[in-house]
Write a protein that binds this ligand. Structure first.
Ligand code: ADP
Ligand code: MG
Ligand code: MG
Length: 883
């Protein structure tokens, strides 16, 4: 088996199409080398080795060592150096690289191959002793941290103390002799911690680092990242070994990261940051504040330090050519890592860049207009989930605000929350339902869970490409970084800025688009959805087959949904209309009545209220279908709790309070989810549904008359398991509906259908379809009843199921395609056999989940219905599912 793929020096074994085998980084390094770009030569150990390594008790497959030796020799030939040689030592980086990009989640080791001997060779060879020892100290620190697992704080402390004692401020001020002293200190730390010296054999170093990268595939932060991004553990990571190039060779050397378009706004200009005399990690680590790549960028930030465009015009011009070549080649915005060694440009990485939702939209629309991609491709370029960011509020421009500080506008959006200073606490408070803003000096991959839990992030250090900024943009969290004036107290109980103190727990508001933080909660406003958003949604609507409806009860929600492009209401839950203060008493009166007469009296009070609810809803939705579900939940959910509430019902109904209490007690159920609810209520208490149907049809008649437009109610019966249930209820529904139409003398189409939310209903859908004119898959209940799993109780063990891989996804978020999905397939097929024109849709949380929508498209249903705010997400996802 070929375990190792070489790249560089104009030739590569692999290319971008081998992403699964070589990981994203390795595949793109190979591709760039083939394109003739300056890539330091190297090789990739495949993801299959990672899989084999874990399957085989952490043993490497046979033959790997020989292939690595050969590939290493090839690198040496290409650059004219020899790994481990004392006079002419080849140094390499050992880099992780998974199939899906996981920025900063796994480990990388630079400058590998340096020892007490080879460092002397490097010094002589480069004629720069300071550079050689700077590289060696970096290597010892990184290798110790990543491979030997010696606590990195000890190294940082030693360096800090050394600098303080000698009044140094920047690392660049240290001389070769300074580094030599520090290296001795570092080696002592390692020897003390491990009881043996720092490894002086380059081969041992190499295999140590390879093992550590494979090992890092299963470290805790990589696990967390994978879980959040649904990356299967089985994919494995590749390992890239690559000849080192040096950005730390003095003032004509540098390292940087760049985007071919602005990753926050999507604007079509180059964007990036670089650091002179530094190595890769320095830029992202936020230790020194990087300089702008372009003059434009420098001016926009109002910085003094020259941009790369100004300071290194030759290398910059070369870089611009590479940008153009890469963007045209990949036909997408690229995120690039590069190094300049003595004015010569080297490419170290390229990938499709992460971007905000605004940027994703703009880039997709622009690239289509530039002729780079088609409309369909543009539609596929925007992650439907990310639209969430745009649909959410921004700061009210007219609201008063009390500005605390400014930093860099690292990730847009507005959020308010309590200040917290560490990630564990952020997670804990978020679990209690508190909105929090995470404030840190800088973030590292260990903060992933805290950043995810927080509504927004503020950091004191780091630029626009710092860890915090990249991760926040990816997650869609507002983020302000590089807020240099913020001083976080060591106690982590407060921070100070501009003479003000902000304590833990105080509320602040951040505006990530402006890079500003305000004291207190600033009110927000809804976004305008025009421009690129409207253009792209238009393209999506052109290719979409399924309709998108919304779940809404109130006129306000219905209006939001319609504005977001909903094509009807897929689920109106009538019980939500029963909880309002002036109604609940009548509802309770109805439930607690001892006989039909009492119930009818109470229902007569409810009728006009229900009618006006439906009138309002029909008015907002004229011309579009509205599915109304008859009462579904068990009656006890509406029961009075306190004596006071009982008293109220007694007064309104004239019944005895003691009797009411007894009756309420009797309604108690052991398992309400499977109890007296849904159509079972309609069977026992037909007058409830009769009142609702009357209200629906009366409302439809009056709105049809008033507006002259078509009103199409779809009356939906919940929780049907047997055809007979629906048959009995449909007869009553039709009787009432026809009576009303006759009374009002109006002609109007209405449908009667059912939810499919019990396995028995799905399995006997051919029978049920004899009476149902439509099916709506209630996938929340269908998931509960298929798994026998209570949605409200699953939180206790769901994390275990996800961690142990029993569930890949939470089945209440993403539809289970094998089980629940199979039932949907069966029901759709059987339903259509009986009634070919039957309308099929899904309501329930899954209706707004892109992966579930893909399944629904595959099952050939007519529509999905989701919450109003998710309507655009569903429109886009439905279009992508079709493509
Ligand atoms: P990550 O996946 O965390 O970005 P990388 O493997 O890309 O890790 O390495 C981080 C940084 O290390 C790179 O951006 C680059 O600046 C530097 N680096 C990696 N390999 C080399 C190399 N061969 N020569 C010089 N710098 C390198
Ligand atoms: Mg990288
Ligand atoms: Mg249900």
């Amino acid at each position: 088996t070929k375990w190792v793929y070489s790249f560089g020096a104009g030739h590569s074994d692999g290319d971008a199409s081998l992403r699964n085998l070589l990981g994203g980084k390795g595949a793109n390094l190979a591709e760039m080398a083939s394109l003739g770009l300056p890539v330091p030569p190297g090789f990739t150990i495949t993801t299959e080795v990672c899989t084999a390594f874990y399957a085989n008790d952490r043993q490497y497959p046979g033959g790997l060592k020989d292939q690595v030796d050969a590939a290493l020799a090839k690198i040496g030939e290409a650059v004219g150096m020899v790994f481990g040689d004392k006079t002419n030592p080849l140094l390499v980086s050992v880099r992780s690289g998974a199939r899906a990009s996981m920025p900063g989640m796994m480990d990388t080791v630079l400058n590998l191959g340096l020892t007490d001997e080879t460092v002397k060779g490097l010094a002589k060879l480069s004629g720069d002793e300071r550079f050689a020892y700077d590289s060696y100290r970096r290597f010892i620190q990184m290798y110790s941290d990543v491979v030997l697992e010696v606590d990195h704080h000890s190294f940082e402390e030693l360096l800090e103390t050394y600098k303080e004692e000698r009044d140094y401020f920047l690392d660049t001020e240290l001389s070769a002799d300074d580094w030599k002293t520090i290296i001795e200190g570092y080696k002592k730390i390692v020897a003390d911690a491990l009881g043996k010296p720092f490894p002086q054999d380059p081969q041992e170093q190499l295999w140590g680092a390879i093992g550590a990268v494979f090992g890092s595939w299963r470290n805790e932060r990589a696990d967390t990242y994978r879980r959040l991004h649904h990356i299967p553990e089985s994919w494995g990571t590749a390992v890239n070994v690559q000849a080192m190039v040096f950005g730390n060779m003095g003032e004509t050397s540098a390292t940087g990261v760049a985007f071919t378009r602005d990753p926050s706004t999507g604007d079509n200009h180059y964007y990036g940051e670089f650091l002179v005399n530094a190595q890769g990690e320095d830029v992202v680590a936020g230790i020194r504040t990087p300089q702008a790549l372009t003059r434009r960028g420098r001016e926009a930030m109002d910085e003094d330090a020259p941009s790369m465009e100004e300071a290194m015009p030759k290398a910059y011009a070369e870089l611009e050519k590479v940008f153009e070549k890469l963007e045209n080649h990949y036909r997408d915005m690229q995120d690039i890592e590069f190094t300049i060694q003595n004015e010569k440009l080297w490419m170290l990485q390229t990938r499709n860049g992460k971007r905000t939702a605004t940027a994703a939209l703009k880039i997709a629309v622009d690239m289509c207009k530039e002729g780079l991609i088609s409309e369909e491709e543009a539609v596929c370029r925007v992650d439907p989930h990310s639209l969430d960011q745009l649909l959410h509020p921004s700061l009210d421009p007219d609201a008063p605000r009390d500005q605390l500080l400014t930093g860099l506008p690292a990730s847009p959006g507005a959020a308010s929350g309590e200040v917290v200073f560490n990630s564990d606490e952020a997670e804990r408070l978020a679990q209690e339902g508190k909105p929090v803003i995470l404030v840190r000096i800088e973030t590292s991959p260990e903060d992933i869970h805290g950043m995810h839990a927080a509504k927004g992030i503020v950091t004191a250090r780091g630029g626009m490409t710092s860890h915090a900024a990249v991760v926040a943009r990816g997650m869609g969290r507002p983020c302000v970084c590089g807020a240099g004036d913020v001083k976080i107290d060591k106690s982590e109980t407060f921070f100070t800025v501009g003479g003000r103190q902000v304590k833990k727990g105080e509320t602040v508001t951040i505006d990530g688009g402006e890079g500003k933080v305000f004291a207190g909660a600033v009110p927000t406003v809804q976004p305008e959805l025009s421009g690129d958003f409207a253009t792209l949604m238009g393209w999506a609507d052109k290719v979409r087959r399924m309709k998108v409806r919304a779940n809404a009860e109130t006129p306000h929600d219905a209006q939001v949904a319609r504005d977001f492009g909903a094509e009807g209401i897929g689920l109106c839950r009538t019980e939500h209309m029963f909880f309002e203060a002036d109604r609940i008493i009548a509802v309770r009166e109805m439930i607690l009545s001892e006989d039909k007469k009492g119930r009818e009296a109470a229902l007569a009070k409810l009728l006009p209220m229900q009618r006006s609810d439906f009138e309002e809803l029909f008015r907002v939705m004229t011309g579009l279908p509205v599915t109304i579900r008859l009462l579904d939940p068990p009656l006890h959910e509406f029961l009075p709790h306190s004596d006071e509430e009982i008293e109220e019902v007694a007064k309104s109904s004239g019944m005895d309070a003691g009797k009411l209490k007894d009756r309420a007690h009797k309604l108690h159920e052991f398992n309400p989810m499977l109890g007296h609810r849904g159509c079972r209520l309609g069977v026992s208490y037909p007058e409830i549904y009769e009142m609702q149907v009357r209200a629906i049809i009366e409302a439809a008649c009056s709105v049809a008359k008033e507006t002259g437009e078509k009103v199409t109610p779809e009356i939906m019966v919940p929780l049907v398991a047997k055809r007979e249930e629906l048959a009995i209820l449909k007869e009553r529904i039709d009787a009432v509906a026809l009576a009303v139409l006759k009374e009002k003398n109006v002609k109007l189409d209405y449908l009667v259908g059912t939810m499919i939310e019990l396995p028995r209903a799905a399995l006997t859908a051919d029978e049920i379809a004899k009476d149902a004119e439509f099916f709506s898959f209630g996938t929340n209940d269908l998931t509960q009843t298929t798994f026998g799993l209570s949605r409200d109780d699953s939180a206790a063990f769901l994390p275990d199921y996800l961690r142990q891989g029993i569930f890949e996804r939470d089945p209440f978020v993403t539809l289970d395609p094998e089980g629940v999905g199979a039932l949907i397939h069966i029901a759709a097929e059987k339903g259509r056999k009986t009634r070919p024109e039957i309308k099929l849709g899904i309501c329930g949380e899954h209706g707004g989940d892109p992966d579930s929508i893909r399944f629904v498209e595959g099952a050939g249903l007519d529509y999905v219905s989701c919450s109003p705010f998710r309507t655009p997400i569903a429109r886009l996802a439905a279009a992508q599912a079709k493509l």
